[in-house]
Design a protein around this ligand. Structure first.
Ligand SMILES: *Cc1c(COP(=O)(O)O)cnc(C)c1O
Length: 429
């Protein structure tokens, strides 16, 4: 099934897969194998030379994992994709072909907390660095780009705070300075936004969240648009010049629009080993079959819950871009026309203690450090993920002591609201 002109929900069920040629199995089999028998010595040589595409060893490629990569690629409208062991692995895999020691990325200040950590401290040990900039200040984004910048990085919908990135404006800057725009599309999913259509070069996902959708898998994906000209400058030698890590092949010359994807497999997965496992890929494929249906319900519920909370006198404010009060409401029509996601924060008038009482009294909501589950989830950042920060830093990060983050699930919305109502009563007493 390769007709990528079909509709989103059709692709979500069919893209990247066909009945198993060996058995006719209709569902994608879990190819639980490490290696694949070569037809003969010439076949093996052709596979290693990248002149023929096929399976060698499951650290590189595996049929179940490839089916997942191809499905997400079709949903995002990309040229190629690789599946990885986690969302954080996908971020490193996205940067790996672009970066050398001394290179930097310009990253949004509004990112998943774990990503801020990865970019602030961990990538420094590779000799890479990140400059964090408020991506609403386009002049500052452009000014932060220097001769060593190799990418601009943002999230489509960033939490907390119901922030929606101006993807076309950021893509225009990336284009002007000659680097790719990398968009983490985890919280939007391709159902709500396809960043490549707004000018992104690379799209990264934590498949752990909405793609799988039920809190069973840790996984990640990198999708490449295939449109970036890696040879336009000498900034990306891993792709535009002979690659010593793969017997001197020049990936962009040899593989064109598939250069990034093949480099990511032949060098990235081979040497970094951040490979997704076939069982995890199978679960994620099954999750994606219902992605459109789930996202529709997620955003419908989130909109109703946000409106209900905003009208409640016990609540100080709600930061959801689906609300007219949001400073990012005007970006919905252009960036996420089907809805502003299902992740937002709200502040209680009863402060830090009220939040703790709220969390302890919610029954339907699960108190977890996760998002994008079918179940409604809640976390009080100030007492958990942002505990180490000063109150001033907490406020700056959108995690003030009286702020609670919700990931709205697909349950009956009346039950979600009733649960919040009873817990708010106890929190405000
Ligand atoms: C969870 C998450 C990540 C990291 O993904 P893991 O699968 O947990 O490694 C990255 N970005 C966003 C927006 C996330 O929500």
């Amino acid at each position: 099934m390769t007709d990528t002109t079909m509709g989103f929900d059709t692709l979500a069920v069919h893209a990247g897969t066909a009945p198993d040629p060996a058995t006719g199995a209709r569902q994608v089999p879990i190819y639980q194998t490490t290696a694949y028998v070569f037809r003969d010595a010439d076949h093996a040589a052709a596979l290693f030379n990248l002149t023929e595409v096929g399976y060698i060893y499951s650290r590189l490629t595996n049929p179940t994992v490839s089916a997942l990569a191809n499905r997400v690629c079709a949903l995002e409208g990309g040229a190629g994709a690789v599946a990885c062991s986690s969302g954080h692995a996908a971020q490193i895999m996205a940067l790996f072909p672009l970066m050398r020691p001394g290179c930097n990325i310009v990253a949004s200040t509004r990112l998943y907390g774990g990503t801020i950590q990865q970019f602030t401290n961990t990538i420094r040990t590779f000799g890479w660095s990140a400059k964090f900039v408020d991506t609403d200040d386009l002049a500052a984004v452009e000014a932060a780009c220097d001769e060593n910048t190799r990418a601009i990085f943002c999230e489509t919908i960033a939490n907390p705070g119901g922030y929606i990135s101006d993807l076309p404006a950021l893509a225009a800057i990336a284009n002007k300075v000659g680097v790719p725009l990398i968009v983490d599309n985890t919280t939007a999913t391709p159902y709500l936004c396809r960043p490549i259509e707004h000018g992104a070069t690379l799209v990264v996902h934590s498949a752990t969240k909405y793609l799988t959708g039920n809190g069973t898998v840790t996984g990640g994906i990198v999708v490449d648009s295939g449109k970036f000209d890696w040879s336009a400058s000498d900034k990306f030698p891993a792709l535009s010049q002979p690659e010593p890590a793969y017997h001197g092949i020049t990936f962009h010359t040899a593989l064109g629009a598939m250069a990034f994807t093949f480099h990511s497999i032949a060098v990235g997965l081979r040497d970094l080993g951040m490979t997704m496992n076939p069982q995890g890929a199978h679960y994620t494929l099954m999750g994606i079959e219902t992605l459109g249906l789930r996202m529709q319900r997620h955003v419908e519920n989130a909109q109703k819950v946000a409106e209900w909370l905003e009208a409640d006198p016990r609540v100080e404010f709600v930061t959801y871009a689906g609300l007219k009060s949001s400073p990012y409401h005007h970006r919905i029509a252009q960036i996420v026309p089907k809805g502003a996601g299902a992740l937002f924060t709200f502040a209680l008038k009863s402060g830090y203690d009220g939040c703790v009482k709220l969390i302890d009294n919610l029954k339907l909501f699960s108190h977890v450090a996760n998002l994008g589950d079918t179940r409604s989830l809640v976390i009080h950042s100030a007492s958990t993920t942002h505990r180490q920060l000063s109150p001033e830093a907490q406020i700056k990060a959108g995690a003030a002591p009286n702020v609670v983050r919700l990931s709205i699930g697909i349950e009956d919305v009346a039950d979600i609201i009733a649960d919040l109502d009873q817990a708010l009563a106890k929190a405000s007493a």
